[in-house]
Design a protein around this ligand. Structure first.
Ligand SMILES: Cc1cc2nc3c(=O)[nH]c(=O)nc-3n(C[C@H](O)[C@H](O)[C@H](O)COP(=O)(O)OP(=O)(O)OC[C@H]3O[C@@H](n4cnc5c(N)ncnc54)[C@H](O)[C@@H]3O)c2cc1C
Length: 368
């Protein structure tokens, strides 16, 4: 399968791509696949897997162009989600945090934390669902910040932030006096911040998701990502959405393989089903080609609308793919611990991940 389009980058790029594929495959085989059932059924958080990707250089942006980095990281999200979308989502959270620090002008965050995040020494998350909805006029901001000596004091609650652990950091946006918004990078150990684990979901319980309560949390100036969070969010939104697309592609790809491998029982009765793997596969390749073209076009800032449409197309295809897989796999799929049932439950999280399907639809209508 081709991940980097065309031969224009020559043999060197192809060899590098092959090395990355092989490295990723071996990390997934050793550090992710053996834990997938535990992640799904016992809320196990595959922290070591994500740290390992960093240790092996798969988040390194310094020695690579922007396009190379995006392409490699999008592929890493897809391959991870092919085995386990819960962990693919954790990875997306980390990549969102990386995106914030790669784009901030704050020298402290860039010099002290960015390299550690890229090496997997510390991991990151993002509390931007509420602000994304706020900037679309859907709900008020849930965090409030008051200016004080050398920083801000933050109060409020975030219902769900994932990929968190004692030493992790995450991005938040707070309203300042109801007129402005600031964005900060906050460690889970910040004084006044309380985390309450959330594991009662129908899926993705291994996503290390916590409700976050901010009670007079002091955020020093050197943790500020941007004092103009609105324009900063406009800048990073295309990448934020882009990294979500391979979450769906990975699950779709796994569902296609699963349908193809489904037992050929009862006189190959699956051929009577409306959804066939070849049909999903053709669409999958087309959507993946669009994603690669968007990345390689290197004009993401002007292509948010195309990314939103692509994310929606992937959301629609994931629904067909996981439901098709449930039908092809039959009774065995209906077992709680089956892979098709895990993917069915995981897929509904993607549909309800901000920007949710309803939010994406609204964005397209607003732009008309
Ligand atoms: C497992 C999980 C992980 C998430 N991780 C993150 C993250 O890392 N960062 C982030 O910023 N956001 C996170 N979110 C939020 C997510 O991105 C979406 O914003 C959210 O799932 C759906 O948004 P919504 O617009 O449908 O509804 P919401 O805005 O969540 O809520 C809509 C309505 O449902 C109510 N509601 C919400 N949750 C519950 C509940 N548990 N029980 C009863 N009523 C409820 C709300 O009060 C509201 O009235 C996570 C959500 C889930 C489920």
């Amino acid at each position: 399968m081709r991940h980097f389009a065309g031969n224009k980058w020559g043999m060197k790029m192809i060899m590098e791509q092959t090395r990355t594929d092989q490295l990723l495959d071996s990390i997934i085989k050793e550090n992710l696949k053996p834990f997938v059932k535990k992640i799904d059924l016992e809320s196990y958080y595959a922290k070591d897997y994500i740290s390992n990707l960093g240790e092996k250089g798969l988040f390194n942006s310094i020695d690579h162009s922007f396009v190379e980095t995006l392409e490699r990281e999008a592929l890493t999200v897809e391959k991870t989600s092919e085995s386990c979308m819960t962990t693919g989502f954790n990875l997306w959270c980390h990549l969102a945090a990386l995106t914030y620090l790669r784009h901030t002008n704050n020298e402290y965050l860039r010099s002290e934390l960015l390299t550690k995040l890229e090496k997997g020494e510390i991991l990151g998350g993002t509390g931007l669902s509420n602000p994304m909805k706020y900037f679309s006029g859907l709900e008020p901001l849930h965090l409030r910040a008051v200016r004080t000596d050398g920083g801000y004091v933050i109060n409020g609650n975030l219902g769900a932030v994932s990929n968190l652990h004692d030493d992790h950091w995450f991005g938040v946006i707070a309203s300042v006096g109801g007129e402005q918004e600031m964005m900060a990078f906050v460690p889970c150990y910040a004084k006044g911040l309380t985390l309450k684990e959330q594991v009662n979901y129908i899926g993705v319980n291994g996503s290390a998701t916590y409700a976050c309560k901010f009670k007079d949390v002091f955020v020093p100036d050197y943790w500020i990502i941007s004092s103009n969070a609105r324009s900063f969010t406009d800048m990073i939104r295309p990448i934020f959405v882009l990294y979500q697309i391979p979450l769906g592609l990975g699950v779709i790809s796994a569902s296609i393989q699963s349908m193809k491998k489904a037992p050929k029982k009862q006189g190959a009765i699956n051929r009577f089903l409306d959804v066939q793997p070849e049909y999903i596969e053709e669409k999958y390749h087309s959507l993946k080609g669009m994603l690669i073209s968007l990345i390689e076009g290197n004009e993401l800032q002007n292509q948010l609308k195309e990314l939103i449409r692509l994310r929606l197309e992937v959301d629609y295809l994931i629904m067909e793919a996981v439901h098709g897989d449930m039908l092809h796999y039959g009774g065995a799929a209906y077992l709680q611990k089956s892979h098709p049932s895990r993917r069915l439950r995981e897929s509904y999280f993607l549909l309800n991940l901000t920007p949710t399907v309803k939010h994406l639809k609204k964005m397209l209508v607003d732009w008309k």
